[in-house]
Design a protein around this ligand. Structure first.
Ligand code: KG4
Ligand code: ZN
Length: 356
């Protein structure tokens, strides 16, 4: 009898997206349902943990139902249920994990607790068949990290933020400039018509040793420039501020990634792949800069499509498949974790909190 096809349901609820997806071992995404809570958080200009957790509770069951129906599979077809078990906002993480535990125990299939960052890290293997090892730049609202992905569950962190995540800097800049939430796409849009050289913002960490990131000083510089312009600031001023901020943030990222690439090449030789993941990977200005850097360094660049770069269930289902194939499953006593570094041996970055 042929082996049963691997089919995994993946749940994501660690931040402000409630998501469920069904993916097969043959890399087919049978369904991928994502419900963004943007409208609920927009009045506050950022994600409110309590609102997020309540919204996950209200929506998760319906989304699971929708993902299973769209995929055309039944619970008895599942090989496992995967859910984000951390890091993230603990109330939300608990909702997805408890839902997965209930399904796993009723369907009699293994539970797989996935590190949200591992979900982002392995997406390029779902979309582009990227082989281990590769260098990963993870840039989202919660994280800015550069890691060597050596295998499933094997990560070496070369750098992380010592304060804010880059997506957070985009979101806060958007708030200061009155551009709305979520800030990343709004800043990119405003920046398109702005002069990126009008404001001489700092390029945090540029030229420094190591590969760590920092974005809080840049955020302060934007705030001071905005305050200096006062009430008189017009559309052009806002566009120039957005463009100057974006250029500074991207130049800072490029300096850090260039150093990480050199370290990667030292260890693994020439060639190889740079993978970008996380919501900020949707930024086209960043993508252009990364393409130039990859070209200069003679390596390949892989950027999964935006819908798989931002938080989604397919990346969790896929990481579940990779873990299942590697023989990693979890018991129903698995705990949700607010903090869960991919590389437990990496040096701590105490001011980054769960972002490290
Ligand atoms: O990966 P993600 O969906 O959620 C987290 O795990 O954080 O990333 C969301 C972040 C937000 O900070 C959002 O502003 C940012 O990604 N983002 C962007 C763009 N699209 C989303 N930042 C810059 N440019 C964009 N086009
Ligand atoms: Zn994420």
């Amino acid at each position: 009898m042929p082996n049963k096809q691997v089919i995994v349901l993946g749940l994501e609820s660690s931040c402000d997206e409630t998501a469920a997806a069904v993916v097969t071992g043959e890399k087919e995404i049978l369904s991928n349902v994502v419900l963004s809570q943007n409208d609920a958080h927009a009045p506050f200009g950022g994600v409110v943990p309590e609102i997020a957790a309540r919204a996950h509770v209200t929506e998760m069951d319906r989304l699971v139902d929708q993902a299973m129906t769209e995929a055309g599979v039944s619970y008895s077809d599942l090989s496992a249920v995967a859910a984000t078990a951390g890091p993230g906002l603990i109330g939300g993480v608990l909702v997805g994990l408890m839902t997965a535990k209930a399904i796993a125990s009723v369907a009699g299939v293994p539970l797989i607790g996935v590190n949200h960052l591992e979900g982002h890290a392995l997406t390029a293997r779902l979309t582009d068949d990227v082989a281990f090892p590769y260098l990963l730049l993870l840039v989202s609202g919660g994280h800015s990290q550069v890691l060597v992905v050596e295998g499933v569950g094997q990560y070496r962190r070369l750098g992380t933020t010592i304060d804010d995540a880059v997506g957070e800097a985009f979101d806060k800049t958007a708030k200061m400039l009155g551009l709305g939430f979520p800030g990343g796409p709004a800043v990119e849009k405003a920046a398109a018509s702005g002069n990126p050289d009008r404001f001489d913002f700092p390029r945090p960490m540029k030229g420094r040793e190591g590969c760590n990131f920092s974005f809080s000083g840049l955020k302060t510089a934007v705030r001071q420039a905005r305050e200096k312009l006062g009430e008189e600031a017009g559309e052009t001023d806002i566009a120039d501020l957005a463009a100057s901020f974006q250029k500074a943030a991207v130049e800072s990222l490029m300096d850090r990634v260039a150093k990480a690439l050199d370290l990667f090449v030292e260890d693994h030789g020439n060639g190889g792949t740079l993978v970008v993941a996380g919501g900020v990977a949707a930024n086209q200005y960043l993508k252009g800069a990364l393409e130039r850097l990859a070209h200069d360094k003679g390596i390949q660049l892989k950027v999964p499509p935006p819908r798989l770069c931002t938080d989604n269930g397919a990346m969790i289902a896929w990481a579940g498949i990779e873990r299942l194939k590697a023989g990693f499953t979890d018991g129903l006593d698995l705990m949700a974790r607010a903090r869960w570094p991919l590389d437990p041996d990496a040096e701590p970055a105490p001011f980054a909190g769960y972002k490290a």
